[in-house]
Write a protein that binds this ligand. Structure first.
Ligand SMILES: NC(=O)c1ccc[n+]([C@@H]2O[C@H](COP(=O)([O-])OP(=O)(O)OC[C@H]3O[C@@H](n4cnc5c(N)ncnc54)[C@H](O)[C@@H]3O)[C@@H](O)[C@H]2O)c1
Length: 320
């Protein structure tokens, strides 16, 4: 079997908890090298995933290991130069969300990927959650999506992310924004935002929006970072059917005014109680590798991520 040669930059939290544990399980992937600036993290991570070739200079790693694809896993304000370097070297690129700090960063990465004829994918992992996919499939059997809702609540009083380098909507609540676009399966035509500074004067922490998609679906975003606890849920509605989904636990699907719905468990649908599997990270990497093998465009391509970043901008620009 021909293996896809993947090089890795970053030995941090997401790399160790979800991405490398997924990649190392794929028989058709060869992890050809790992790079991190911090040698202790580099060696601990390389040992954990059995990666022989270790580097503190990613340029040297790419030259010596000749990969086809590169994961660049680091905070968004450290990412841009490395991502562009990878794309200009004509290598497929995977990055985490958010895809840069500004929409222009995302657009420039998308253009660079196009110029080089390679794939660039963003880790909007909610799109790959098995439970959410199952529910979308069930709802879509009744026709076009009519209405979708994404809520994202957190108990967070520590300011904007990375000491203020990135605002909360762009950095984290963007998951809910991207998932709304994916659930509706269409482009946004109109949006009204309501971004607020609640109990805090120095950074925005409440993000709400009402939007209309070009298939006539309505979308609702409810986000708040100063409330009781992390709760992150989704709703999808089509004619005569409704799905209420908590991707960490269960979904309830109701049809035709029947009191009794169908209850689906996140771990049962995924066939695993490992978070990296039932929360979509494994399927996300599988999708990236399959796209490399087939040449298909990833669902969460950099080109598509530009639209999600533009929607984030529109939520700010139209705020009440
Ligand atoms: N999808 C999700 O649900 C989810 C959840 C949490 C975080 N994230 C995203 O994941 C991304 C990564 O976050 P993290 O917490 O894993 O990061 P991290 O800070 O834990 O790790 C980043 C690593 O990159 C290394 N690094 C930085 N610059 C480097 C360079 N030039 N060359 C080599 N190594 C370098 C650092 O030494 C560090 O080890 C962020 O964008 C974050 O928003 C996504």
């Amino acid at each position: 079997m021909e293996k896809v040669r993947v090089a890795l930059i970053g030995a941090g939290g997401m790399a160790n908890s979800v991405h490398y544990p997924s990649l190392v399980k794929f028989e058709d992937v060869d992890l050809v090298g790992l790079c991190d600036l911090v040698e202790d993290k580099l060696n601990a991570t390389a040992d954990k995933f059995g990666i022989e070739r270790r580097y503190t200079d990613y340029r040297r790693m790419l030259e010596e290991t000749q990969p086809q694809a590169v994961y660049v896993l680091m905070p968004p304000h450290h990412l841009f130069d490395l991502a562009i370097y990878v794309l200009e070297a004509k290598l497929h690129l995977f990055i985490e969300k958010p895809p840069g700090v500004t929409t222009e960063h995302t657009r420039q990465m998308a253009l660079s990927a196009e110029r080089s004829g390679v794939l660039a994918m963003v880790g909007f992992n909610r799109r790959y959650i098995p439970l959410l996919n199952k529910c979308k499939e069930m709802v879509s059997e009744r026709g076009e999506m009519l209405h979708c809702v994404a809520t994202f609540y957190k108990h967070h009083f520590a300011g904007a992310y990375y000491k203020g380098a990135v605002d909360i909507l762009t950095s984290d609540c963007i998951h809910a924004v991207d998932t709304l676009r994916w659930m509706a399966g269409a482009d946004v035509t109109d949006v009204v935002g309501d971004v607020r500074y609640l109990c805090e004067e120095t950074y925005a922490n409440s993000f709400n929006a009402l939007m209309r998609f070009d298939n006539d679906c309505s979308g609702v975003l409810l986000g708040n970072w100063c409330v009781g606890k992390r709760v992150h849920t989704f709703e999808m509605h089509a004619r005569g059917i409704s799905a209420f989904v908590d991707c960490n636990s269960v979904a309830h699907v109701y049809r035709d005014n029947q009191e009794e719905g169908v209850t689906l468990s996140a771990t049962e649908v995924a066939g695993s109680d490992e978070n990296r599997v039932f929360y979509g990270f494994e399927a996300q990497s599988r999708h990236f590798i399959d796209c490399i093998k087939t040449g298909a465009e990833p669902s969460s391509s950099m080109q598509d991520a530009v639209k999600t970043m533009e929607l984030v901008d529109a939520i700010y620009q139209t705020t009440l």
